[in-house]
Ligand binder design. Structure first.
Ligand code: SAM
Length: 306
């Protein structure tokens, strides 16, 4: 299949028009649209990304869903540079840069259009980029073709939002950034377990979550109402493309570290929790580390798999 998108069981991709970078707008998309409202903003953004004629246009129209930046002058190159900076910082601080990284594999869960994937392909010998949206995966492949090492990339469609179509014990690192907070809580827990399942003994899961903050007593109930509106035919799709509304609606869960570590702890030989120095969050049996570069509302679970 072009661009290496693999699909599981059912047919999930449909190709309606041309495929070359710079071609006229095209539509690659899931044939079955989601019934679950937390998936609507991503599918809507995915559809917008498919309809643009260039990566720069995608970033101008819908890049804000990935890094919150807006502007009519944005370029794909600048967008990827934000991912390069974050990947460089996190790999260094989390101790994931090893001399044999080029021999190692990394799976990225929630890759979007490849903002961070480019940098991963420059560091790791094999990278598998996974996302809910098939259109994003196509764009991810193109982005890495321009700014990364595309011969090291393969992609997987997370068609049901919770299962990774990858074998057990098959990757050295399973990584996810600003993705699990947007999932239904059960999907986030299942994807965390999936990350552990696919990681080799001695490998690491590096998973980012969002903690509860003061504003959440208003934001979380509001986001539930907005997600209800996402269900309204046509209007819901339009609404989910409005930046402020989408940002409210996609705040789908606030898992605690214990909820994530608890069910998986028997499969970990070591667990670290990384957070901003100003945050006080901690987790069961986790060694706490701090890094200024972590958003105060975020935390990372970095665990070595047995
Ligand atoms: C905020 S974006 C972050 C993308 C990328 N990590 C980055 O930093 O640029 C969240 C991504 O997660 C994907 N996503 C959301 N829910 C998902 C799920 N249940 N399974 C897989 N991907 C999901 C979305 O399609 C989107 O590409």
């Amino acid at each position: 299949m072009p661009y290496g998108v693999s699909v599981t069981g059912e047919l999930h991709l449909s190709r309606v028009s041309g495929s070359n970078v710079g071609d006229a707008p095209r539509v690659w998309h899931n044939q079955r649209m989601p019934r679950r409202p937390q998936l609507v903003p991503w599918k809507a953004a995915g559809l917008v990304s498919e309809q643009q004629s260039s990566g720069d246009e995608v970033v101008r129209r819908t890049g804000w869903v990935f890094n919150n930046e807006k502007g009519s002058e944005l370029t794909l190159e600048e967008f990827v540079a934000t991912g390069d900076a974050e990947v460089g910082a996190y790999l260094t601080v989390f101790g994931l840069r090893s001399p044999d990284a080029e021999e190692q594999s990394l799976v990225e869960i929630g890759c979007g259009i490849g903002r961070m994937t480019c940098a991963f392909t420059r560091e790791f010998g094999a990278v598998t980029a996974c996302d809910l949206d098939a259109g994003f995966l196509e764009r991810c492949f193109e982005t890495v073709g321009l700014f990364g090492k595309v011969d090291r990339l393969s992609t997987r469609h997370v068609a049901d939002g919770k299962t990774l179509n990858l074998p057990p014990n098959s990757t050295d690192v399973a990584f996810s950034y600003i993705t699990f907070q947007h999932c239904d809580r059960n999907d986030a827990l299942e994807l965390s377990a999936e990350a552990v399942r696919i990681t080799k003994p001695g490998g690491r899961v590096v998973l980012n979550f969002r903690t509860r903050t003061r504003g959440d007593s208003v934001l979380v109930p509001m986001s539930k109402v907005v997600r209800g509106l996402f269900r309204v035919p046509k209007f819901g799709n339009w609404l989910s493309r409005q930046r402020l509304v989408a940002r409210v609606g996609w705040q789908a869960n606030r898992l605690t570290p214990d909820e994530i570590i608890g069910p998986l702890s028997a499969q970990f030989s070591a667990v670290e929790l990384w957070r901003n120095p100003k945050s006080s969050i901690d987790g069961r049996e986790a060694v706490i580390h701090t890094f200024e570069g972590i958003n105060r509302a975020h935390y990372w679970i970095i665990a070595t798999v047995r």
